[in-house]
Design a protein. Structure first.
Length: 538
């Protein structure tokens, strides 16, 4: 199991007789979210599409902006999605004609997956807010009133929502339409019909939990807040270990954790360095919470937090590690689901029923979405959220904002293809290649498949008897007398260096980055002493 193609929904659509059984038919995921417009009270609501049949690395490059809504009020679902549904149904029924290798091809495009956060999800489905007693859009679990608020306490798994049950709920809503009180016209969380119900090849079961909002910005942030709120009170001695007295407040604990974060060395493969915990409420973003959950939380909290609370957070960390793997299988997903259910159970036990928010409950619905649409990395809003900031930068005037965004977005997307069409002479192409060359790639040795790149000027070394003895465990070196030593290498798009290649360490400074360690396929971690290139050996 890996990408969306391994999920049950895509397999059913691509089986014999399915619409995706034709290699010229395609599918797309679509995403809806609201973005605050600069410092005004208005907001932008874009609809993004990504083509599933493209390689994952190419999907963001060819992301499609299908629609933009701009107003000081949230969009009305009945008007906002109606044009989109009409156009989407044309694509799935009539399709499009295009030229492929000189021949006309007819393709149909369908939308099997809808990615949306909790705030926008109930609006797009025309259901009650997640603060209501039937606020879950995935199941019929009824929230309980805890201190006057609706909370999703832990209990037996409830019935899942389906298209058939959704249709039955709508029939009941129509029968209640003449009732006076608005709350009496709602049935099991359904307020009225929505346009997505008319979308072909789409079902309410095709909505997935967005782990970015539900897990990273929701659960992980809430979990850390609850742990830190215990500082400076009687409950601190029950949660934190090593505290001399209850007067040791939040700032002392945060300072101790920040010291550990400062000691961590990163490698250049890390997309973003983790910020200090003291900046969590000010500047942490989803990527920071992701790094904290997956890599840094457990080592930074061990021996500061009591063991049972570390084990509790490790359940969530381990489960998300499983669901974010490039390749996995059903057994691993089932194990991740078991860990998430245990995490929800202990969350209620440790933090109380009054803190069982919708984000905690949504953790139990992540793994069913994985079985339907593949691993979590293939269907979450991290891919789309990065474009929201770009949309805000496309508008310079407060007038005709939607037009400005759409017009400029199309221009920027057309630039690469325009360059390919306009730049045709060999002189221009040669000039562009020279300009795009990187200095550190000028002196390098590449393998045939370019998976391995050796950087820098090599150093020739005569092989000693001891060198040959060590190398003989891997290769035949009987007739080899010399080799070349390098200090840097790029392998499978990751940078590695020898232990000695540490300019900062040579000056006595603490290193923030260290690429001299590597993980083998077996899971063993190794320290790189030398990088050796032997001519004629591959």
């Amino acid at each position: 199991m890996s990408d969306i193609f391994d999920g049950t929904v895509y397999k059913n659509l691509s089986s014999d007789g399915g619409i995706l059984s034709s290699k010229f038919n395609f599918s797309y995921n679509f995403f809806v979210d609201g973005v605050a417009y600069k410092k005004s009270n208005k907001s932008i609501w874009p609809i993004y599409l990504t083509i599933n049949e493209l390689p994952y690395e190419e999907r963001s490059k060819y992301l499609i902006l299908a629609a933009v809504y701009f107003n000081n009020k949230d969009p009305n679902e009945n008007y906002f999605l109606k044009p989109f549904v009409q156009e989407a149904n044309k694509l799935s029924s009539e399709g499009i004609l295009w030229i492929y290798q000189g021949q006309a091809v007819h393709s149909k495009v369908i939308p099997p997956c809808f990615v949306v956060d909790s705030v926008a999800r109930f609006q797009m489905l025309n259901m009650q807010t997640f603060h209501a007693f039937h606020g879950c859009t995935f199941c019929y679990q009824q929230a309980e009133s805890v201190r006057g608020r609706a909370k999703f306490t832990f209990g037996p798994a409830a019935e899942l929502r389906t298209n058939d049950s959704w249709a039955k709920d709508l029939c009941e809503v129509y029968q209640r339409s003449e009732r006076t009180a608005p709350e009496d016209r709602v049935f099991r969380g359904v307020k009225s019909s929505c346009n997505l119900f008319d979308l072909k090849y789409f079902s309410i079961e095709h909505v997935v939990v967005d782990y970015m909002h539900a897990c990273l910005l929701g659960t992980v942030k809430t979990h850390m807040e609850f742990l830190l709120e215990a500082c400076g009170s009687d409950s601190a001695l029950q949660v934190w270990t090593g505290l001399d007295n209850i007067r040791m407040g939040r700032s002392h604990v945060v300072t101790a954790i920040d010291k550990r974060i400062k000691l961590i060395q990163f490698n250049t493969a890390s997309r973003k360095k983790i910020q200090l915990l003291s900046a969590m409420n000010q500047s942490w973003k989803a990527s920071d919470f992701r790094s904290w959950l997956l890599f840094y939380a457990i080592p930074c909290l061990t021996c500061l937090l009591k063991e049972k609370y570390v084990a509790h957070l490790a359940m969530l960390s381990n489960a998300m590690h499983m669901l974010l793997q490039l390749k996995s299988n059903v057994k691993v997903v089932e194990e991740a689901h078991r860990l998430l259910v245990m995490y929800v159970f202990y969350f209620q036990k440790y933090f109380g029923e009054c803190n069982m928010s919708i984000n905690i409950h949504l953790l139990t619905h992540i793994c069913p979405g994985v079985l339907k649409f593949g691993m979590v990395w293939g269907h979450n809003s991290l891919l789309y959220e990065s474009y929201n900031r770009q949309l805000l930068q496309l508008s310079l005037s407060p007038y005709f904002v939607s037009y400005q965004i759409c017009h400029k977005f199309r221009i920027y997307k057309l630039l690469p293809s325009l360059c390919e069409q306009m730049v045709s002479s060999n002189e221009a192409l040669s000039f562009c290649k020279d300009v795009l060359k990187y200095k550190h790639l000028v002196k390098c040795v590449r393998s045939n498949e370019e998976k391995c790149i050796l950087h820098g000027t090599p150093k020739c070394k005569a092989l000693t008897y001891r060198d040959k003895l060590e190398m003989s465990q891997c290769i035949d070196v009987d007739n080899i007398e010399t080799c070349f030593l390098y200090q840097r290498i790029t392998f499978q798009k990751k940078r590695y260096t020898t232990e000695d290649y540490c300019p900062g360490a040579q000056r006595g400074n603490r290193l923030e980055t260290n690429d001299s360690y590597a993980f083998l396929a077996s899971g063993l971690s190794v320290l790189i002493k030398q990088i050796v290139n032997i001519p004629g050996i591959r």
